[in-house]
Design a protein around this ligand. Structure first.
Ligand SMILES: *[C@@H]1O[C@H](CO)[C@@H](O)[C@H](O)[C@H]1NC(C)=O
Ligand SMILES: *[C@@H]1O[C@H](CO)[C@@H](O)[C@H](O)[C@H]1NC(C)=O
Ligand SMILES: *[C@@H]1O[C@H](CO)[C@@H](O)[C@H](O)[C@H]1NC(C)=O
Ligand SMILES: *[C@@H]1O[C@H](CO)[C@@H](O)[C@H](O)[C@H]1NC(C)=O
Ligand SMILES: *[C@@H]1O[C@H](CO)[C@@H](O)[C@H](O)[C@H]1NC(C)=O
Ligand SMILES: *[C@@H]1O[C@H](CO)[C@@H](O)[C@H](O)[C@H]1NC(C)=O
Ligand SMILES: *[C@@H]1O[C@H](CO)[C@@H](O)[C@H](O)[C@H]1NC(C)=O
Ligand SMILES: *[C@@H]1O[C@H](CO)[C@@H](O)[C@H](O)[C@H]1NC(C)=O
Ligand SMILES: *[C@@H]1O[C@H](CO)[C@@H](O)[C@H](O)[C@H]1NC(C)=O
Length: 807
C-alpha cells in the first residue's frame, strides 16, 4: 500500500515537473534533430520581440496547419495568420510534428505517417543549422556560417508582411473562403512580361482582371522592362513594385503593423492594425468596384456593387443557383435549351444595363439588332449577345457570346444584354431572383474541416503505451483530487475568472464598467421578459445596449451562465443581434449587445415609419435570422418569443432578431424541470401548441409567431388582446385567409391585385410589387397554420420569399 502511494507520488512529481518545464518560455530556435509537436500546446517559436509566433494552427476539428501568425489576437480573439506551410493538406491534431532532421531538412509529418506532407528539401553541411523566427516574421533555416538555406519569405501564402518582398517565384494565392484556408482561385503574380497582375484562375477559365485588361501595360502605368521582379511594402506604408507601379496607403508615414493580403474575394488590400481596438483597418485596395473582379459570381449570373465594398450576385432570369452555398458555381438554366437545328425556337430577353466581359464568338461592328439576333440564333453555342452603342464611331456593336461570365449590372452602363431563351419559356412572366452573397447555408457547409484519417497505431508499443496511459490517468485523477481539496479549502481567495474569460471568447465586463458606461443605468430603452435594457457607451466609444437579467435564485452558477452565453456569442449572422460581451458578478448578470439606432419593429410600425420596401426587407431578413437560428447551424436554439418588439432595426433599417436563446436562463424554474413546462412568449404571437400540454414544442412555434408578425406588418391590425387561449391573431389570420380564399374562388388568375389591395394597410406609403406582396401574404398564412406540421420551416420561408414560388 505504502509502495503504491510512493509510486503515485513519484508520478505526480514527475508530471508537475513536466508541466513546469513545458510551460516555461518557448524556445526561439529549433535545433537539428528536434521537433515541434502538435500535441504539445507549448511547442511554438516566438520572434525575439514577441510579435510573431510559428506553430501548429487549428484550421478545424482535428485539422492543423503549420503557420506563422501575429501573436497578439484581435479584439474577438481571432488570430491573423500570415503564412502556412501546408494549407492544402492539414494534418491531424495528434501525433503530427514538424521536425528538423540531422541532415538539415525540415519536414512536416502527419500522425505517424512515414512520408512527409511538406518538406523544404534542404541539406545542411555545417551540421549546426537552426530554424529561427525573426522580428520581421520570417521563419528561416540558417547554417552556422550564416547561409540562409530556406526561408518562409520565399514562399508566401496569401499575405506579405512589412518588408517582405514578392519576387518572381512568389505568388500570393487567396484562400478558398473565409473559413477554408486552402488555395483559392485568385492570384497576385509577376506576369511573364514583368508586370504585377491579378489573375483569376478558376476550375474552368482563367483571366487577368487587374490592371484593367483593356489597357496595355504602358497605358496602365506599368513598365515591362524591369530588370528584376520584386515588390514590397515598407513600414511607412509605401508600396513599390519593379514594374514602376507604387502607392502610399491612406495612413502613410505612421508605422503601425501592416499586411498586404490577397483576399478571398479577389481584391488585394493593405491592412493596418488599429492597436487600441485590435482590429485591422483597410488602408488601400486594388479594386474599388468589386464587381470588376472576374469569376466572383460564376456563370450565368450578374454582380452588382453594394455599400461597404460588398457585392451581390444575382442569377439571370430563368436560372437558379447550382450550389446554394457557393456562388462560384454560378447558375444553371431552368429551361431546356432548344435543339440546335431549330434556331427559330429561340427568342431573346432584353436586359438593359448589363455587361458581360469576354468570351465573344464574334465581333460585329455597325450591325442592326435584327442582324445580331439572327447571328446568335444561327450559332448553336451562342448563349446571348451584348449590344451597345459606340458613341465615338456612332455605330452599334454586337458581341455574340458562348459563355456568360463576369456579368456586371450597373445603371451607368449603357449596353444591353440579350439573353437567348426558348420562345416557350419567354412567354411566361419572370421575376429576378436575387440572393445575397453572404447568405450562408451552414447545413450544407461544415464550418470547420474534419479530418477523418485514422491514427497509425504502432502495435509493438501497445502494451507500454497502455501502461503509461493508465498511470497518467491515475496521476491526473490524483492531482485533480488534491487541487480540488486545496480549492475547496481556499475557495474565496482564488477565482477561476481568467480561465473562463479565455474560454468564452468574447469580452467580459465588470459591473463597474457597465455602471459607468450606462451612467449608472440612466437611460432605459426597454423592459420585459425578466430583463431591463439600458443604453450605454463603452470605453472604446461603441454604443451598446446593456441588458440586465432579473436576479435569479442563484441556482445557476457563473460557469453555467457563461457556457450558455458563450454559445450565444458564437452565433453570428447579419440578421441576428451581435453580442459583444457579458458581466457576471454575483447576482448581477448582464449581456452587452450592439445598439440599434432605429429601435424595434414594434415602435416603427406604431409610428408608421416603414415603407413597403423596408417592410419586405424586414420580412426576408427576419426569416433569414430565424432560419439560421433553427436549422442551419444549431439545432437547439428556439426563440420562443418572436414579436415586433424583438426585431430591431439598424441604421439603414435592416432587421436583426434580438433576445434569442435567452429563455434558457431567464425564467428557469428551480425544480430542474424540462425547460418548457409552462407557456412562454407573448400573447397574440403564441402558437396553439403552447396551450396543449401534450404537444411537443418545436421550432414551428417561432414559425407561427413569424407568420403573425408578418400579417400584422401587412394588414396593420394588432394581434394582441383576446382571451387566454389565443388572441385576436386568430381573428386576423382568419380574416386574411377568407379574403384570399374568396379571391381564389371568384376568378383563377386575372384579378390578382384586387384581394391584395383589400388586405394591405392603406396607410403605408409607397408602391409595392404585387407579386411579392402576394407571396408574402401567402407565406405568412402558411406560417400561421394551426397545425404545426402544416407550417413551413424558416429556411423554406426564406426560399419562398426570395424565389416567389409559394404554393
Ligand atoms: C529577417 O529576415 C529577413 C530575411 O532574411 C531579413 O531581410 C530581415 O532583415 C530580418 N529581420 C530582422 C529583424 O532580423
Ligand atoms: C508617398 O509618400 C512619399 C513620402 O512620404 C512621397 O515622396 C510620395 O510622393 C508619395 N507617393 C504618392 C503616390 O503619393
Ligand atoms: C456545394 O459546395 C460545397 C463546398 O464547395 C460542397 O461541399 C457541396 O457538396 C456542394 N453542394 C452541392 C449540392 O453541389
Ligand atoms: C449557363 O447556361 C448555359 C445555357 O444558357 C448552360 O449551358 C451552362 O451549363 C450554364 N452554366 C452552368 C454553370 O450551369
Ligand atoms: C454602317 O453601315 C451603314 C449601312 O450599311 C453604312 O451606310 C455606314 O456608313 C456604316 N457606318 C460605318 C461607321 O461604317
Ligand atoms: C448613357 O446614356 C445616357 C443617356 O443616353 C447618357 O447621359 C450617359 O452619359 C451614358 N453613359 C455612358 C457611360 O455612356
Ligand atoms: C407579364 O407582366 C406584364 C406586366 O407586369 C403584363 O402586362 C403581362 O400581361 C404579363 N404577361 C403574362 C403572360 O402574364
Ligand atoms: C442547405 O443545404 C442542404 C444540403 O446541401 C439542403 O438540404 C438545404 O435545403 C439547404 N438549405 C437552404 C436554406 O438552402
Ligand atoms: C476547402 O476547399 C478545398 C478546395 O476547394 C476542398 O477540397 C475542401 O473540401 C474544402 N474544405 C471544406 C471544409 O469545405
Amino acid at each position: 500500500m505504502i509502495n503504491h502511494l510512493l509510486l503515485h507520488l513519484l508520478i505526480i512529481v514527475s508530471l508537475i515537473l513536466n508541466l513546469v518545464s513545458s510551460s516555461s518560455s518557448p524556445p526561439t530556435a529549433l535545433k537539428l534533430d528536434s521537433s515541434l509537436s502538435v500535441d504539445n500546446k507549448n511547442d511554438f517559436l516566438i520572434s525575439p520581440d514577441g510579435v510573431f509566433t510559428a506553430g501548429f494552427y487549428s484550421v478545424g476539428d482535428n485539422a492543423f496547419c503549420f503557420a506563422i501568425w501575429f501573436t497578439k489576437p484581435l479584439f474577438n480573439n481571432d488570430q491573423t495568420v500570415v503564412w502556412m506551410a501546408n494549407r492544402d493538406t492539414p494534418v491531424n491534431g495528434k501525433g503530427s510534428k514538424l521536425s528538423l532532421t540531422k541532415t538539415g531538412n525540415l519536414m512536416l509529418h502527419d500522425a505517424h505517417q512515414d512520408l512527409p506532407i511538406w518538406t523544404t528539401r534542404t541539406r545542411d553541411l555545417t551540421n549546426s543549422a537552426e530554424l529561427k523566427l525573426n522580428n520581421s516574421g520570417n521563419l528561416y533555416l540558417e547554417s552556422k556560417d550564416g547561409e540562409i538555406l530556406w526561408q518562409s519569405f520565399g514562399s508566401p501564402t496569401d499575405t506579405l508582411v512589412t518588408n517582405q518582398p514578392l519576387t518572381k517565384d512568389g505568388v500570393l494565392v487567396s484562400s478558398r473562403s473565409r473559413t477554408n484556408h486552402s488555395s483559392g482561385f485568385y492570384k497576385l503574380i509577376f506576369d511573364n512580361d514583368n508586370v504585377l497582375r491579378l489573375v483569376y484562375s478558376g476550375p474552368k477559365v482563367t483571366g487577368v482582371y487587374w490592371p484593367n485588361p483593356e489597357l496595355r501595360a504602358w497605358d496602365a502605368g506599368r513598365s515591362t522592362y524591369g530588370s528584376e521582379r520584386t515588390a514590397t511594402i515598407d513600414r511607412f506604408g509605401r508600396f513599390i513594385s519593379s514594374d514602376g507601379w507604387f502607392f502610399n496607403t491612406t495612413d502613410d508615414g505612421s508605422q503601425p503593423m501592416r499586411r498586404l493580403t490577397m483576399d478571398v474575394d479577389g481584391n488585394v488590400r493593405v491592412y493596418s492594425l488599429d492597436e487600441g481596438n485590435r482590429i485591422w483597418v483597410v488602408t488601400w485596395q486594388a479594386i474599388a468596384q468589386t464587381c470588376t473582379i472576374h469569376g466572383s459570381c460564376g456563370e450565368n449570373s450578374t454582380c452588382s456593387n453594394e455599400r461597404n465594398y460588398a457585392r451581390k450576385c444575382t442569377c439571370l432570369p430563368y436560372h437558379k443557383m447550382v450550389n446554394r452555398t457557393d456562388w462560384s458555381y454560378g447558375c444553371e438554366p431552368e429551361f431546356r435549351s432548344s435543339s440546335c437545328s431549330d434556331g427559330d425556337q429561340d427568342g431573346f430577353l432584353r436586359l438593359p444595363h448589363f455587361d458581360f466581359y469576354g468570351y465573344d464568338l464574334k465581333y460585329l461592328p455597325n450591325t442592326t439588332l435584327d442582324v445580331c439576333m439572327e447571328e446568335c440564333r444561327n450559332m448553336c453555342n451562342c448563349k446571348g449577345f451584348q449590344y451597345k452603342f459606340d458613341k465615338k464611331q456612332g455605330i452599334f456593336l454586337c458581341y455574340p457570346k458562348f459563355l456568360l461570365l463576369n456579368g456586371f449590372g450597373s445603371v451607368s452602363f449603357n449596353g444591353t444584354l440579350y439573353l437567348k431563351v426558348p420562345r416557350s419559356t419567354l412567354s411566361s412572366n419572370y421575376s429576378m431572383k436575387s440572393v445575397q452573397t453572404d447568405e450562408l447555408n451552414c447545413s450544407g457547409m461544415p464550418r470547420t474541416v474534419q479530418l477523418d484519417r485514422v491514427y497509425d497505431k504502432r502495435k509493438e508499443q501497445g502494451s507500454i503505451r497502455f501502461l503509461l496511459l493508465f498511470t497518467y490517468v491515475f496521476g491526473i485523477f490524483e492531482i485533480i483530487c488534491i487541487v480540488y481539496f486545496f480549492y475547496k479549502t481556499r475557495k474565496h481567495i482564488t477565482k477561476p475568472e481568467g480561465y473562463l474569460q479565455v474560454a468564452s471568447g468574447f469580452e467580459r465586463f465588470t459591473y463597474a464598467d457597465l455602471k459607468s458606461a450606462s451612467e449608472n443605468f440612466k437611460t432605459e430603452i426597454g423592459r420585459g421578459g425578466g430583463a431591463v435594457v439600458y443604453k450605454g457607451t463603452l470605453s472604446d466609444n461603441r454604443v451598446a445596449a446593456i441588458k440586465c437579467l432579473k436576479e435569479s435564485d442563484s441556482n445557476q452558477g457563473e460557469a453555467e451562465f457563461l457556457a450558455e452565453v458563450s454559445t450565444l456569442g458564437r452565433l453570428n449572422h447579419m440578421n441576428l443581434i451581435n453580442i459583444w460581451g457579458y458581466c457576471a458578478e454575483g447576482k448581477h448578470k448582464m449581456l452587452v449587445y450592439e445598439y440599434m439606432e432605429n429601435g424595434s419593429l414594434a415602435e416603427n410600425l406604431h409610428a408608421n415609419k416603414l415603407d413597403w420596401d423596408k417592410r419586405f426587407e424586414v420580412a426576408v431578413g427576419t426569416a433569414k435570422g430565424l432560419a439560421y437560428l433553427h436549422e442551419e447551424c444549431l439545432e437547439w436554439v428556439l426563440h420562443c418569443d418572436v414579436k415586433p418588439h424583438n426585431i430591431l432595426l439598424d441604421h439603414d433599417y435592416s432587421p436583426k432578431v434580438a433576445d434569442f436563446g435567452l429563455l434558457k436562463f431567464l425564467d428557469r424554474d428551480g425544480n430542474g424541470n424540462s425547460e418548457f413546462t409552462k407557456a412562454r412568449g407573448t400573447r397574440g404571437y403564441m402558437a396553439p401548441e403552447w396551450f396543449f400540454v401534450s404537444l411537443p414544442i418545436t421550432s414551428k412555434v417561432d414559425v407561427y409567431s413569424y407568420g403573425v408578425v408578418m400579417l400584422e406588418m401587412v394588414t396593420g391590425m394588432s394581434p394582441q388582446g383576446g382571451d387566454q387561449h389565443g388572441g385576436y391573431e386568430r381573428l386576423m389570420v382568419r380574416w386574411v385567409r377568407e379574403k384570399v380564399a374568396a379571391a381564389a374562388s371568384t376568378d383563377g388568375c386575372g384579378e390578382i391585385s384586387k384581394w391584395i389591395e383589400e388586405i394591405v394597410d392603406s396607410r403605408v406609403k409607397g408602391e409595392y410589387d404585387r407579386i411579392r406582396m402576394g407571396t408574402l401574404i401567402k407565406v405568412a398564412l402558411q406560417c400561421a397554420e394551426e397545425q404545426k406540421d402544416a407550417r413551413p420551416t424558416m429556411s423554406q420561408v426564406v426560399d419562398m420569399l426570395l424565389h416567389g414560388d409559394a404554393l
